[in-house]
Design a protein around this ligand. Structure first.
Ligand SMILES: [Zn+2]
Length: 485
């Protein structure tokens, strides 16, 4: 008995010592069921994913810099021009700021020169484009506009970790830009390529701010992907020190097409052990959260035609999530191929997508990132409940204190509970008196608890409306009649 125990102890010690550690990151993650991840996934809805795709692919008007606009193209050279129909980049920034990611701190722009990066990586870029064969514009068509003075940008959301491994980073990436053969400058909806990836990142950005995680998350919207991964190649080149701290990258590029409705997609993992950690987590998440999906798990045959490949070049683990694009004939994998015929055409619109499958794959991507960074739990145990009381000529807002909250952000809408709310105050007490009101006008309020440092928010409170009525004075009008004689 004793001997067996000793043997077990020795085996356990050997196992502990022999866990491989990559430079800078611990790499010991498995992705078991976690109730916080389940809670996050429950909030990712088909309605929300659908609306992001519609907004970014020009189906609906969206408010950008105060004007109703449609995003008709996200072609990179247009994104950073004055084209009023290509304002996806400022729109993205406005949305992320509204989520509470402070510009300059947790929301940053990585500027790069597409000309310089193309010149320096020409051979690699040519190789990656030629591997794709179909679907891409010729290299000359793609790069002819690359003037030397151009600056393009990638948008980055950083959610700092709260645990002992906060220096380790998990990246969730997707390219924001789009392309069409026909008229890229004016009409490139890119609903699947890559509205699907953008929608998943928007849902992650919307929901991760309500939770604490051990590790740090970076959500990166790359541009210049369609010109040869220019945004991600530049990002990797400009952040050499960060590469050692990246535990893994989940790249989501074009996963919302499934015409035969077999729910089968492709996970391009490659041959690196650290990529396999991410890939295995992805399949664990599908299993543990009952997502109705099957997949090709591609190692030797993995593609390099998206932004994940830029990280492979930097010796960082990364996977690419793709529709059933290739005919891989793997055992237990997808049958044949089911490639979107609208790929890189003006017909890549939401009507041609499979939205339930889009939702499931987005959930799997979000669940994988949340699992890799190891959830600690919600930022706050409770959410604030607001009450609005009218005083003589002001409105008093109050709410019970939220345990562990440092600050409260107060929001107001002038139209309704469903209207657009803008922040009117940040207070440390659990009340606020709104003095900036007009009499007889209704105002609607919400409040959110937050930590003063980092990114950690409660869910938004209920909505409370109030109106201060104009005091009524009775003017007694005494009629009199002049009667003539
Ligand atoms: Zn793409």
């Amino acid at each position: 008995m004793k001997k067996i125990r000793l043997t077990l102890l020795v085996i356990a010690l050997i196992l502990l010592i022999s866990v491989p550690t990559a430079s800078g990151t611990s790499q010991t993650v498995t992705c078991p069921y976690n109730p916080t991840v389940q809670e996050i996934l429950n909030q990712v809805t088909e309605g929300a994913v659908t609306q992001w795709i519609r907004n970014f692919s020009g189906e609906d008007f969206v408010p950008i810099e105060g004007e109703p606009r449609k995003i008709l193209t996200r072609y990179s050279s247009q994104l950073f021009s004055t084209n009023p129909d290509a304002m996806a980049y400022p729109y993205l920034g406005e949305l992320l700021e509204r989520f509470g990611y402070e510009q300059g701190t947790y929301l940053t722009d990585h500027s790069y020169s597409p000309y310089n990066i193309f010149e320096s990586k020409k051979e690699v870029i040519k190789e990656s484009i030629s591997k794709d064969g179909e679907g891409l514009l010729s290299l000359d068509q793609n790069v002819k506009f690359l003037g030397q003075t151009l600056t393009w940008k990638n948008k980055i959301v950083t959610i700092p970790g709260h645990g002992p491994n906060a220096d380790e980073i998990v990246l969730m990436t997707a390219h924001l830009d789009s392309i069409s053969y026909e008229e890229p400058n004016t009409n490139a909806p890119g609903a699947e390529d890559n509205g699907s990836g953008v929608a998943a990142l928007m849902e992650a950005a919307r929901l991760f701010r309500f939770y604490k995680f051990d590790r740090t998350i970076k959500i990166i919207f790359f541009t210049g992907e369609e010109q040869g991964l220019l945004g991600s190649v530049s990002y990797v080149a400009d952040h050499p020190a960060e590469m050692d701290y990246i535990m893994g990258v989940v790249n989501l590029d074009m996963f919302g097409y499934d015409s035969d409705d077999d729910h089968c997609f492709e996970l391009h993992v490659g041959t690196r052990a650290d990529s396999n950690v991410v890939g295995t987590c992805f399949t664990d998440v599908i299993e543990n959260y009952g997502l109705n999906l099957t997949f090709d798990y591609l190692t030797d045959g993995a593609t390099g035609i998206s932004d994940h490949a830029s990280f492979w070049s930097a010796n960082v683990g990364a996977v690419e999530v793709l529709e059933n694009f290739f005919n891989s004939s793997l055992a237990d994998g997808c049958v044949g191929q089911d490639r979107n015929p609208n790929y890189h055409h003006i017909t890549d619109r939401i009507a041609n997508m499979n939205l339930p499958v889009t939702l499931s794959i987005a959930q799997a991507g979000i669940g994988t990132v949340a699992s890799l960074v190891e959830p600690i739990g919600p930022c706050f145990a409770t959410d604030p409940v607001i009450t609005a009381t009218t005083l003589t000529d002001t409105i008093l807002l109050s709410w019970p204190e939220v345990v562990d909250a440092d600050i409260y952000n107060v929001y107001r809408s002038d139209s309704s509970c469903e209207g657009i709310f803008t922040q009117i105050a940040q207070v440390t007490s659990n009340n606020y008196e709104d003095t900036d009101i007009e009499l007889d006008k209704y105002y609607f309020y919400k409040v959110q608890a937050a930590e003063s440092d980092g990114v950690c928010y409660s869910q938004m409170s209920n909505c409370a409306g109030a109106r201060v009525e104009e005091p009524v004075f009775f003017d007694f009008y005494i009629p009199f009649v002049i009667t003539g004689e």
